[in-house]
Write a protein that binds this ligand. Sequence first.
Ligand code: NAP
Length: 256
Amino acid sequence: MQTTYINLQIMDRWTGKTAVVTGASAGIGAAICVALANAGMTVVGLARRAPLVDNLKSQLNGKGSLHSKQCDVSKLEDITAAFQWVEDTFGGTDVLVNNAGVFHQGQFTDLGDKMMSDEEIISTIDTNLKAVVFCTRRALASMKKRNFDGHIVNINSIAGHYIPFSSLFNLYPSTKHASCAFTASLLNELADFKNKIKVTSIAPGLVDTAMAEEAAKYFPTLRASDVADAVLYVVSTPPNVNINELSISPVSEKRL
Ligand code: NAP
């Protein structure tokens, strides 16, 4: 079972509340689902491979619960249906973790010899950016409807803050920079409406998951559970504190 160094007593105000985690079937999203459920939350894990989310139940300690919902977040109709299901089943979304993401290696023009397909380009934009915007809209609508001060957590990347040197990163940093800007714009919008809803962007360095399988052979990595601990930390802050931005890297990581 995954362990955490976060004091879970400070998570008490989230006990029984509902968290939606996108990209819950593997890697960082799977670790976040387990961490939030073991902190007492009712967690809904969205993914295309929903049965993999159900497999995570063996890691739960019985405090909270985990439920899978099949959802391709690159499809707006899937997002709308999933958030409606969460409302019908659990009453609404209290915490949203926008974690789903894709990284397709290759160049986005045909100048190089490893050109991405049009489908890979669309999938990168739709999953890493469009889905973040629309899942956030649906979650905020749910919070507004119930007058609930929830929390949106966006799993970004250090590639949302600088452009890695390899041209094979293609559009990935563009989508992560846009996600970073989206978080900042959202903070402004919520502040204008004197909202107590929180928004946080978490920017991990390299994490040992399927997405970074090749790079993990050569560079230091975080564990997915380290990023899940960062999520527990930001959501457990007192109601008057918002962590806008949190970067987390393996010790001695150099810029890629
Ligand atoms: P991963 O192991 O490849 O897992 C990706 C997750 O995203 C899977 O659960 C996958 O689920 C889901 N996903 C992808 N496309 C989806 C879609 N269209 N609809 C629904 N779910 C979708 O990757 P990871 O490393 O955990 O990455 C998670 C997040 O962390 C991403 O946003 C990534 O950019 C970010 N990140 C990763 C690293 C790293 O080094 N690994 C570093 C910084 C930031 P299904 O395939 O079942 O749908």
